[in-house]
Design a protein around this ligand. Sequence first.
Ligand SMILES: Cc1cc2nc3c(=O)[nH]c(=O)nc-3n(C[C@H](O)[C@H](O)[C@H](O)COP(=O)(O)OP(=O)(O)OC[C@H]3O[C@@H](n4cnc5c(N)ncnc54)[C@H](O)[C@@H]3O)c2cc1C
Length: 503
Amino acid sequence: MASLGSVTRWDDEADIVIAGYGIAGAAAAIEAHDADPHADILVLEKMPEHLQGGNSRAAGQSLLISKNVEALKNYQRRMSESNPIPEDMLSAWAERMCALEPYIQERARDAGAQYIHGAGWSDRAAILEFPELGATEAVAHTATILPIPSGVWLTFKACVEKRARIRRAFESPIVDLVQDPDTLEVFGVIAVRGGKRVAIRARRAVIMATGGYENSLEMQRDYYGFASAHPFGTPGNTGDGVKILQKAGADLWHMRNQGQSGGVWPGFSYPGHPTAFMRQFFFQSFSWIDIGGTGERFCDETGEWQLTHYKQKVHGEWVDLPHQRVGRMHMLFDENTRLHNKLITNVMTWNAVAHNYEWSDDNSAEIDKGWIVKADSIGELAKAIGRDPAVVEATVRRYNDACAKGKDDEFGRRPVTLQPLAAPPYYAIEVVPAIVCTSGGGRRNIESEVLDQAGKAIPRLYEAGELGSMFSNLYQNGSYLTEAMISGRAAGGNAVRLAPSSI
Ligand SMILES: Cc1cc2nc3c(=O)[nH]c(=O)nc-3n(C[C@H](O)[C@H](O)[C@H](O)COP(=O)(O)OP(=O)(O)OC[C@H]3O[C@@H](n4cnc5c(N)ncnc54)[C@H](O)[C@@H]3O)c2cc1C
């Protein structure tokens, strides 16, 4: 922390300073503004203006809508059994979740956007991740706001832009908090603007909404045990908030959840593209398999794992799929699969929605770039990707035999997906384990107050969104964005009601 004594002058000031401009930061700013239209609110965002929006912009934009407080509480309690959420927090969150839909509809109206039922990119009315734990009772439906992609983010951005008293500063990362070293009371932030450190006074409070640590390799190694990390979201989320809150005396929680709750997904990663591409999950043909470091298959590749955030049931427990611990992976496919399936999804991820990368429909441009390797036989393909041809040929033979039998004894792939690799030429693309979200951060309560190690609220310090998210272990689709709204609203509403500090 920086002490007040180290600040010789304030370079700027506002009633509320919000660090991070995703849905959590935006929801906090809107709430504070509407509760006190005279409040001066400053949002500091690390990324440049054209790369604003954080993971909120890159997300699939699904929103969880629930109408049954008890069922929702029960479901979340069971998903987080291995690291329980405090009961008082769970109850208040479930009540706020069940009252959230009108708030989301109001934001859509405010922005002139269309709120719809369903995720938009899936024909399911509700994505139910863990029915046996109570999803059917807890989830009323899934919802989103058009357009696709990024509709929910664009709505919140438009709502912020309509409110003139919310100032936004881009390329202005915060690096520290200004605090009283004894009481921990927060008086402002140290940020970097134009390469210079600046002190910004927060007359009423600071709200930390800087997202996760998906893009910090060091933190991925220390907290999650990843050797390398391939995020799908913004490059801006490097865990700054975690480090700043540690220095500020906050207790940390949820640093290492199952798959960091959002799961470890198959992705593709290339130099020059800061984050990973997400593999398509609606294939039109199935003449493809994945192989791991040994050259053999390692799971049911065509299971609908996107519906459980890449968790599978093993020995009666939901655990991460093995993508992060099978060594070097490749997806092998034939000409049918190349022709009929764009390999990536472009309804989400940073590369698709912030950099507008247009992956070719027939994958030919990516073959030309050398991202996809092509050969006339499986043996030649194996050689071209540095694999033992005999092993890979045997793997493909076993898989093709399973297709002929209509039964996958090894991994139980559904019969309808058992289509052989039989149409040359053949292709290989390297697969990397890729991350959606992290969720660890400062421990907080339902009012978004950041707690110190004794469980006491740090004065004038709030936290919202994925940084310090309340979720642990298993995760239900649409929960992160709605939690960012709930925690952002609590932070903004509580912060703006404080009297200015006396310094
Ligand atoms: C591919 C993908 C799909 C997803 N799909 C869904 C979905 O369908 N439904 C759902 O509910 N959730 C989904 N999620 C998760 C969801 O997007 C996030 O949990 C949510 O957007 C987090 O919002 P946030 O405001 O807390 O953080 P973010 O939106 O990530 O915003 C954090 C901001 O803080 C900025 N920042 C970082 N450090 C600093 C600093 N030092 N100073 C100032 N600013 C800083 C970052 O640049 C960023 O702009 C998905 C995520 C990904 C990546």
